[in-house]
Design a protein around this ligand. Structure first.
Ligand code: PLP
Length: 470
């Protein structure tokens, strides 16, 4: 598309925007099990108005728009109270979980440099923690140690001990982890952190606005009230139900918080001070976060969470009633994944996709992931009917495929997302691999598991990302 020479008609453009959406995930119809967390049309409508009323405002300079400063302080204050932060605690609003995590790593790194003179910082986290930590360590030159998780998909608190050394600047755990929805043993890890006097970050990005509202908890405390926990991330734009672009990172110690800030005083444009990664900060996202926390309050979140928890339970019971299907681990909240025994789970994902339902693929173990929103209670009957169809096809297909070393059927999904050249390359590798074991039932997607860590896979994914974002 060339840069347009002439103006376009506003109404035409607006209606084009609507038609462009036609191939997108149908989240309003409850077909999406990730990416969009949808409470109700009424809430979305109110929040859209809040966003529009701060559409152009910029929180870059806190004194230019006092309204945005007040709202940010109040959001942080509400979250401090929700997560039982100490009196000396503080926080910063960010654009999302990734920015919150980048900032927690940056703060830990700077803090350790200032107070412990550490110049080669290291972080320890479980395999189940979000890749935003890998990204942060990569960006900021921090060495990352990854701990295995147990058969219940939780990290063993003692396993941190073996990797802690004089360069350790932060321990990390999740409440809960995204892949299986299990909460790590935060109080015990907190004890390890205290013993070694090392900061400890709890990633509550996906759980922050669910876990505090669950009645009959199956997990121990996870928040800033737990001894040893020094920082916490929670996404308002996930189960807080805000529009995209809002999360918080909170610190029990304000010195740690200040280590996150960036200042530069030499610029001819003026003194530049910025609390987080973003320069220009969208007012709309702040106004929405401020609005939704009060629109719902404790009572509103409690009733939504109760609904999501019972819906998740109903989905889990339904899914595991099928022969060979089971829930992976024992989720503590309304996100979970399912695995298949005796046939290929990705095949099932493909069939559900054909019927317009989206469930993300996971690896180690091969699984499909579901994040339950209130809308999924309404579409449960439709889901059951389609799942039943998909299950039957997937099982049959897999039977035929056992004779077919190339797994053509299962490769369909991949073929849709990978560029032609990359797909061809992957296919060639798959053929080479399968020569050694022509009977294996792993799908082409599963081959990715075998290629993991090899330069070939990284190179192919970079090529893919390049093509998608050009
Ligand atoms: C979503 C998520 C993140 C990253 O958040 P983004 O808003 O996608 O940047 C981090 N940790 C966990 C556990 C998450 O679920």
């Amino acid at each position: 598309m060339d840069f347009p020479k002439e103006r376009s008609d506003a109404n035409t453009l607006l209606s084009k925007l609507e038609t462009l959406k036609s191939d997108d995930l149908r989240w309003k119809q409850g077909r999406a099990f990730s990416y969009v967390y949808y409470a109700s049309p009424e809430i979305t409508e109110t929040l859209s108005k809040a966003y529009l009323s701060y559409f152009s405002e910029n929180a870059l300079n806190p004194s230019a728009f006092p309204s945005l400063s007040i709202m940010q302080s109040e959001v942080i204050s509400m979250c401090k109270s929700l997560f039982n932060a100490g009196d000396n605690a503080g926080g910063v609003m960010t654009s999302g979980g990734t920015e919150s995590i980048l900032m927690a790593i940056k703060a830990a790194k700077e803090y350790a440099k200032k107070y412990r003179n550490i110049t080669a910082p290291e972080v320890i986290m479980p395999l189940s923690a979000h890749p935003a930590f890998n990204k942060a360590c990569d960006y900021f030159g921090v060495k990352l140690h990854i701990l295995p998780v147990g058969s219940d998909y939780r990290v063993n608190p003692e396993s941190y001990e073996g990797l802690i050394n004089e360069n350790t600047v932060l321990l990390v755990a999740s409440a809960p982890s995204y892949p299986q929805g299990v909460v790590d043993p935060i109080p015990e890890i907190g004890q390890v952190a205290l013993k070694h006097k090392i900061p400890f970050h709890v990633d509550a990005c996906v759980g922050g606005f669910v876990l505090p509202f669950i009645k009959d908890r199956t997990f121990p405390n996870f928040d800033l009230g737990v001894p040893g926990v020094t920082s916490l991330s929670a996404d308002i734009h996930k189960y807080g139900f805000a529009s995209k672009g809002s999360s918080v990172v909170l610190y029990n110690d304000n010195e740690l918080r200040k280590s996150q800030f960036y200042i530069y005083t030499g610029w001819p444009g003026g003194i530049y001070a910025s609390p987080s990664i973003m320069g220009t900060r969208p007012g709309g996202a702040i106004a929405v976060a401020w609005t939704v926390l009060q629109l719902l309050g404790q009572a509103g979140y409690e009733s939504l969470v109760q609904k999501m928890m019972s819906t998740a339970k109903a989905y889990q019971d339904f899914l595991s009633s099928y022969e060979g299907i089971s829930v992976v681990g024992s989720s503590d909240m309304c996100i979970f994944s399912i695995q298949a025994d005796g046939f290929n789970i990705y095949e099932l994902g493909d069939e559900m996709h054909e019927l317009s339902w989206q469930m993300d693929r996971q690896q180690d173990p091969s699984a499909l992931h579901l994040s339950i929103s209130p809308i999924h209670a309404e579409v449960f009957e439709d889901f059951k009917i389609d799942f039943d169809k998909a299950y039957k096809i997937a099982k049959k297909k897999d039977f035929n495929k056992l004779k077919n070393s190339l797994q053509v059927g299962a490769a369909k999904g991949l073929k849709k997302i990978l560029p032609e050249k990359t797909f061809g390359k992957l296919q060639k590798l798959a053929v080479q691999k399968s020569d050694t074991n022509t009977n294996r039932s792993a799908a082409l997607y599963g081959m990715i598991g075998d290629l993991k860590g090899s330069g070939t896979l990284d190179e192919m994914i970079i090529e893919f990302l390049d093509k998608m974002t050009k």
